[in-house]
Design a binder for this molecule. Structure first.
Ligand code: SF4
Length: 357
């Protein structure tokens, strides 16, 4: 079964290097390889907005590659229709990053295009991601207003020309996104789940999750990440379609390289419409982030949210009535186990506690 590696913390650069070291990715690399790194710079907003890939995560990848002798490294992206990639390079910190590590920036809006026949579509794809020897996809884990989730599979949509982006919307997104992933081969996926948006791909409702997730199967990554945001993989059509097309597996073996417990608590999330339901005392970022996503998914479906929900290390050793989320609150009469639980696990339990299906 494919393996997915998870590390908790708030030091993106070091976390990435630690995971790649653990996976011994170096054995897949050659110094002569051309390597493309595809972050998510959908628009010109810094990563703390929840919209874009933290440049420190990409810095960790570059340092690892350069430590193992790789020299031909380029970062490639095409921002969405409403923004200029070159503006995103600047605002998101990639101009400085490229200068610091002597790597090139490829604006895919200026790239040549190749035509790829997939099962149902003739898709136009930018040449650079197709031409590299090794492609590293670095999506942000965040919610999406149309496809519910954007992560590994959907991040490849930044590798197509602008006129194709318009056409994908006319085609309903899910079909062409899944088939695009039969045309582009991703060798490695490093998910920036440090901060991602609660509801929209363009950010401004950031949820701090303090996680890095790494794997080599984009379907397995997206299926796992869907659960972290409160969705069953079956609720996101392009994941299931990509699985049927043979892009990857739905199930995986999750290997956590450290525990959330004991990591620095750096949650800066302020989601005012959900805060009134929560009594929080020293909650870890991933735990509180899961709870925010769970409550938002219940709200999206107009389901009732019980209150108050207790969460955090400050509730350890409490014996009390009411609801607690996470191992720290296992003395509460109604407890959601896990450390941290996923948003989907929280939703399942909260529905059970409130007799909702
Ligand atoms: S249960 Fe939640 S708050 Fe408690 S240590 Fe685990 S992740 Fe942190």
């Amino acid at each position: 079964m494919t393996k997915i590696y998870v590390k908790y913390g708030d030091q993106g650069l070091k976390m990435v290097k630690d995971i790649l070291d653990h996976m011994d990715i170096a054995k897949q690399l050659k110094s002569t390889m051309s390597i493309g790194i595809k972050p998510n710079l959908v628009l010109a907003k810094p990563s703390h907005s929840g919209a874009t890939t933290d440049p420190q995560v990409v810095a960790g990848i570059i340092e690892y590659l350069q430590d193992h002798g790789c020299k031909q490294i380029s970062i490639m992206e095409s921002s969405w229709l409403g923004d200029l990639t070159k503006r995103a390079w600047q605002v998101c910190g990639y101009t400085a990053l490229a200068k610091r590590y002597h790597v090139s920036l490829v604006d895919l809006k200026d790239d040549s295009v190749r035509s790829c026949q997939t099962e149902d579509y003739q898709l136009e794809v930018c040449s650079s991601p197709l031409n590299v020897d090794y492609l590293i996809n670095v999506p942000v884990l965040k919610a999406h207003c149309q496809t519910k989730l954007t992560c590994a599979l959907k991040n490849m949509k930044g590798c197509i020309p602008d006129q194709e982006k318009r056409r994908y919307h006319r085609l309903g997104l899910h079909g062409p996104i899944s088939q695009l992933n039969t045309a582009i081969n991703q060798n490695l996926i490093v998910v920036d789940s440090l901060i991602g948006d609660l509801t929209f791909e363009e950010g401004d409702t950031p949820v701090q999750m303090n996680r890095i997730i790494v794997g080599q199967d984009p379907v397995a990554i997206d299926a796992y990440c869907a659960e972290l945001l409160g969705y069953a993989p079956e609720e996101i059509d392009y994941i299931i379609l990509a699985n049927k097309l043979g892009v990857g597996q739905l199930s995986s073996n999750i290997i956590a390289l450290n525990q959330e417990y004991g990591q620095p608590i750096t949650t800066s999330t302020t989601i005012s419409h959900l805060r009134p339901f929560i009594n929080e005392d020293q909650a870890c970022s991933a735990c509180l982030g899961s709870l925010f996503h769970a409550l938002q998914r219940l709200r999206d479906k107009h389901q009732s949210i019980p209150s108050p929900i207790h969460i955090g290390q400050g509730y350890q050793n409490y014996i009390a009535e009411g609801i607690g989320v996470g191992r720290c609150t296992n003395g509460y009469q109604k407890n959601v186990p896990g450390c941290p639980p996923s948003a989907r696990e929280i939703i399942t339990k909260l529905r059970e506690f409130t007799n909702q299906s």
